[in-house]
Design a protein around this ligand. Structure first.
Ligand SMILES: O=C(O)c1cc(C(=O)O)c2c(n1)C(=O)C(=O)c1cc(C(=O)O)[nH]c1-2
Length: 246
């Protein structure tokens, strides 16, 4: 049992959860980043991952609706703009749809969220509900998977550019932007969690929230792998190759 006043030990515990459970370890990512995916497997990933992207600003809005402290809301609101954009700047959702076009999909089809796997919906919707309903400490801690995201974004940028014809600075700009957005968000989120998780119970709550979130991410890739890699069993309602092309 570690001493709850030892911030470094608590941070190390959170980082260990990422080392053991983050979705950079998932075989689907190994396949994607090494050039082993067919174009249809990439398309399936783009369609399903869009659903996660599209719900992130909704979960951040759900979070902000519960926050009474203006300073915390102010620190959080750039997350929504990062995804939704502003009057004069496109955001992450727009950039994701440029990736969709780059892989030959109709962006309107992708934005409609038709063809999203049932398990993707369940996992992502569970994340939005979790952030809406759980204590604020758990809600903030659940965003800390972003501690581990820049490394996977770096791998993805390099892997896509090296292996796929569709990859170019425009189609991968989503990930390029996240390289600066995520570290800013997570520096704030981590500091907030370290400041507010003072007791052993609170630290357990934060660790459980981060674990829950790694499950949300892992479950999405399991669903994708099962439907489109092996055994290749697409559930009813899931995208079938040929649908939604530009
Ligand atoms: O590509 C990835 O592996 C990855 C992972 C995560 C994450 O760890 O949740 C996010 C993102 N990307 C991402 O782009 C993003 O905007 C994002 C927001 C959040 C969040 O929980 O608020 N996670 C993530």
């Amino acid at each position: 049992m570690t001493d709850p006043s030892d911030r470094a030990a608590f941070e190390a515990r959170l980082r260990r959860i990422g080392a053991e459970r983050y979705h950079d370890r998932h075989p689907f990512h190994a396949l994607l980043h090494s050039g082993g995916c067919s174009i249809d497997q990439v398309r399936a990933w783009v369609i399903n991952r869009y659903y996660y992207q599209s719900r992130i600003p909704m979960k951040d809005a759900a979070f902000m609706s519960r926050v009474e402290d203006p300073a915390l809301r102010r620190a959080w609101r750039s997350r929504i703009e990062d995804h939704d954009g502003t009057e004069d700047q496109p955001g992450g959702i727009w950039r994701w749809l440029r990736l969709a076009e780059g892989v030959g999909l109709d962006p309107d089809y992708v934005a409609s969220a038709r063809g999203v796997l049932p398990a993707t919906r369940f996992a992502v919707d569970a994340y939005v509900r979790y952030v809406r309903d759980q204590p604020l400490l758990a809600a903030v801690a659940s965003s800390l998977t972003e501690l581990f995201a820049p490394a996977i974004h770096e791998q993805r940028i390099a892997g896509l550019l090296a292996h796929y014809d569709f990859a170019n600075p425009q189609t991968i700009s989503y990930f390029q932007h996240r390289l600066t957005e995520a570290p800013r968000d997570v520096a704030f989120g981590l500091g907030w969690v370290l400041d507010h998780a003072r007791t052993a119970e609170q630290q357990d709550m934060a660790a459980d929230a981060l674990t829950f979130k790694t499950d949300v991410l892992w479950a999405q890739l399991d669903a994708l792998h099962s439907a489109y890699v092996a055994p290749g069993r697409i559930p009813p309602g899931g995208w079938t190759p040929g649908e939604g092309l530009a």
